[in-house]
Every structure is written in C-alpha cells, then in structure tokens.
Design a protein around this ligand. Structure first.
Ligand code: ATP
Length: 449
C-alpha cells in the first residue's frame, strides 16, 4: 500500500491512545507538562510486552549476554569522561522579537520561523538535566540525570566481567529511563524529555568489530519485523561520514516511516574503544581485557545497538493501526502482534442471562492464570468485538446458548474474524499455540562464532 493510502494519522493514534487509556499527557489537570507522557492501563501493558520481548530475545535466550540495572544518578566525572559535559549540546538561537528559541541546525532561513524577526548568534546549549545531591546547591554537588543508560554499563564493565565469568565476545544489556532537555521535543512519544532506552553494549576483540557490527545491524533490523512491523516501512540508513560522532567507526540507524516521515527508532554504532579507554584514563583504573587463549591484552571494542522504548512503541501502534469493514460495520483495528497485544483474550457471554455470565466468568478465571483477559458483557456482541479490535485484542471467546449444553465456545480471530467452535477444555492449549509466534531460534547464528 502506498503511504498516502494509509488510514493512520498521528491525530487518530493520539486520540485512540487517550480515549482507550494507552497514553495521557503528563499532569494534564494542570494544563500538561510539555513533552512528558504517562502510560495508562493499556499503554503500560503494551510497553511491558515490548521491553520483555527485547529482554527475552537480547538477554535471556542468549549465552553471550547478561543484564544490568544501574542508577540514574552517577558520579559527575562519568559525564566528563564520556564527553557529555563538553559536547552533548545543540546550537541554539533566540529570536530578538518574539523571544522564542530554535535549534540553529534545524532552521531553513536566517530569520525567525515564527515572526520573521532577527535571530541572535548561535550558542551551545547542553542537553543534560542538572540537579544537586545533598543539601548544598553548589558546583561541587552538581549531578546529572543520565542522558543515556550506556555509561552505567561501561563503568561496570570490570564488575560484570569478574562476577559473571563471561569471555569476550559478550554483551551487557540494560533498560531504563534517560533524560534530555530537548529543545524541540514533539511528535507525541517520538521526542520527549524523559524517555526509556533499551541498550546493548557488546564487547569484542579489535578486528572483529566490523563483523559484529554487521551482525547486530541485521539482528536488530530483523527484530522489528519479527514483531510485525511491515518491512517496507523499515529501513537501515548508514550514517554519512560527516554525521558520525568523532569516535565512531560506523553507525547505522533503523528508521521507520511514521506519518511525519522516516525517523530513527534505534542507532547501531561501532564505538571502537572510545568509551572504555576514556573511562580508564579518567578513573585511573585498568579496563583492559586479557585474552587467555591468545595471551593478548587489549581494550575491547564496543558495538552499541541503542533503542528507545517510546519510539518503537509508537511505531508498533502506527504500523498496527487499520480501518476496515467488519460484519457490516466500520471498525478501527490494531493489528498488533499477539505477543505485544495488551490483552490477549476477551470473554463475552452472548446474553446477560440463562447462566451465560456465570459460565463466562468461570472461563475467565481459568484463562487468567495464563493470559491477560478482559471480560465484557455490556452492549451488543458486535460493539463488544469492536471495542476489543480497537485495542488490538487478538482473540475473543463467546459463551452462547450451545455452550450451556455441550461446553463448547466460539473462538474469534481479530484479523480474519473467523470463528471456530471448540471445547472449553481445549481453549488454553489452542490460545497458547496461537500466541507463540516465530521462535527466537529463527534468529541467524551469531556472527562471531
Ligand atoms: P535523535 O537524533 O533523534 O535526537 P539520537 O541519535 O540523539 O536521536 P541516540 O542518542 O542514538 O539518539 O539514542 C538512542 C535511541 O534512544 C534513539 O534511537 C531513540 O529511540 C531513543 N531516544 C533518544 N532521544 C530520545 C528522545 N528525546 N525521546 C525519545 N526517545 C529518544
């Protein structure tokens, strides 16, 4: 389908998110706090399914990966070593007339884009949020809210190496909050000032870095497709030489075609030995690795697949959004991968009498032990299906007149809308089978072995 024919718009997605409880504006009753968002009951379920899928695929099912969860506040020297104190900034200009502030690198003219007024010279504006630790607010007590989770991994490299008995090549993954005082936040969850990241730092022997970089680009690109993103809306864009950070040997972005254009979901960089070398120099600690097989000592190179959570979540929502005609009625349907869907199965008694609600509730109690379940007895059955289609619930179970005689129910599929009748005792196994999806074993074999 041509992108101009896509039914989805950002307005439709944001309004669905609010209406059905995926995402709300932060502090809305006070007028909202710019670029901060709260995840509602369905949003947190979707977010957890995404982060759990990432954690399972990146860490739990691999021998060469371990997990970590580090503090948001870190020693201020970490950010000197990483280059963030000096270099993590955007050039800013102010309008002398309307006083608005813009990123100089995003302007297309030399005048203010709002009022046409004269602009000041560009100044560097650091994107890190600063605060103070302890009761005294002075330079010595300044700490930063981390702008990325990666540094927590680098400073723990030695700890993890010695306590987990890993050998290079191996990686460390972390999911957590990061903060950036973005000058031009926007596009809903796409660019926010508080966000979550899912980051991997994969440590390799110098010389094997390019092979591993290629491996992680392919692996991460495949991951989004494995969870249902349409391949034609994904692309891997290699950075040009002048886009590369000075230390990076190479970088590619996984981009998704949002309604507002192609934009980055994840960056996969070959960072060379920049980070460990800088931390070794700044801290005075030896962060080199001794390879017992080859008797060589070296500072590992690092491949970094660094994803957000909000951006992939928005991409999954946008990509899943569809409108069609079902059972003679127009419907909105989220064609989410069943593994990501906030609610896996909805139970409906056809009638609110004749013992059907009691029967349906008993089935709900059984299914609840294995799945997230919704129970709905309000309104016509068509409307109840629509309500679940709109939030992406892949399966619906209906208790009807026949159920009361022979203990069978109908199982409806969200996408095909086909219904099959099956005995209640087979429901759990049937749903488990349908929810499995492609196995993680489909993944290409490791690039380093
Ligand atoms: P951009 O160029 O869009 O600002 P970036 O290249 O600075 O992004 P990275 O530093 O590579 O981003 O961060 C890795 C990932 O973290 C991004 O691919 C994105 O998914 C996520 N991320 C970064 N900044 C934000 C933000 N302000 N809001 C939401 N997610 C973000």
């Amino acid at each position: 389908m041509d992108s101009s024919e896509r039914p989805v718009t950002m307005e439709k997605v944001t309004s669905l998110c609010k209406r059905r409880g995926f995402v709300y504006q932060s502090s809305e009753i006070y007028g909202g706090l710019a670029s901060c968002w709260d995840y509602g009951p369905l949003g947190i379920a979707l977010k957890r399914n995404i982060t759990e899928a990432w954690w399972r695929d990146s860490i739990v099912t691999r021998d060469d990966m371990v997990g970590l969860d580090t503090a948001i506040l870190m020693h201020p020297r970490v950010w000197e070593a990483s280059g963030h104190v000096e270099g993590f900034s955007d050039p800013l200009v102010d309008c002398k007339s309307c006083k608005q502030r813009f990123r100089a690198d995003q302007l297309t003219s030399e005048r203010c884009p709002e009022c046409g007024g004269e602009l000041t010279e560009a100044r560097q504006f650091n994107l890190m949020f600063r605060t103070f630790m302890g009761p005294v607010e002075d330079t010595a007590s300044t700490v930063y809210l981390r702008p990325e989770t990666a540094q927590g991994i680098f400073v723990n490299f030695e700890n993890v190496l010695h306590s987990s008995r890993q050998k290079i090549p191996f990686g460390i993954g972390q999911i957590g909050k990061s903060f950036r005082n973005e000058i031009t936040p926007g596009n809903f969850l796409f660019r926010t000032r508080e966000f979550e990241q899912m980051e991997i730092e994969f440590f390799v022997k110098p010389g094997e870095d390019e092979k591993w970089h290629a491996y992680w680009k392919a692996e991460r690109f495949a991951w989004y497709q494995r969870y249902g993103i349409r391949p034609e809306r994904l692309r891997l864009r290699e950075h040009t030489r002048d886009e590369l950070a000075h230390y990076a040997k190479g970088c590619a972005d996984i981009e998704y075609e949002f309604p507002f254009g192609w934009s980055e979901l994840e960056g996969i960089a070959n960072r060379g030995d920049f980070d460990l070398r800088r931390h070794a120099e700044t801290s005075g600690k030896d962060l080199s690795y001794f390879d017992e097989e080859t008797r060589e000592r070296f500072i590992p190179y690092v491949i970094e697949p660094s994803a957000g959570v909000g951006r992939p979540l928005l991409a999954f929502l946008v990509d899943a959004y569809d409108e069609d005609v079902a059972e003679g009625e127009e419907r909105v349907v989220l064609r989410l991968d069943p593994r990501l869907a906030p609610i896996k199965v909805a139970i409906f008694p056809l009638l609110r009498k004749a013992g059907q609600p009691e029967k349906a509730l008993a089935i709900r109690d059984v299914l609840r032990q294995d799945f997230t379940v919704a129970y709905d007895q309000a309104g016509s059955i068509g409307r109840r299906y629509r309500r679940q289609d709109e939030i992406g619930t892949p399966f619906g179970v209906t208790v009807d007149h026949q159920t009361m005689h022979d203990d069978t129910v109908t199982l409806r599929d969200r996408d095909s809308m086909q219904q099959v009748r099956l005995p209640i005792e087979r429901l759990v196994a049937e749903l488990q089978g349908r929810l499995k999806g492609p196995l993680a074993g489909d993944r290409a074999a490791g690039g380093g072995s």
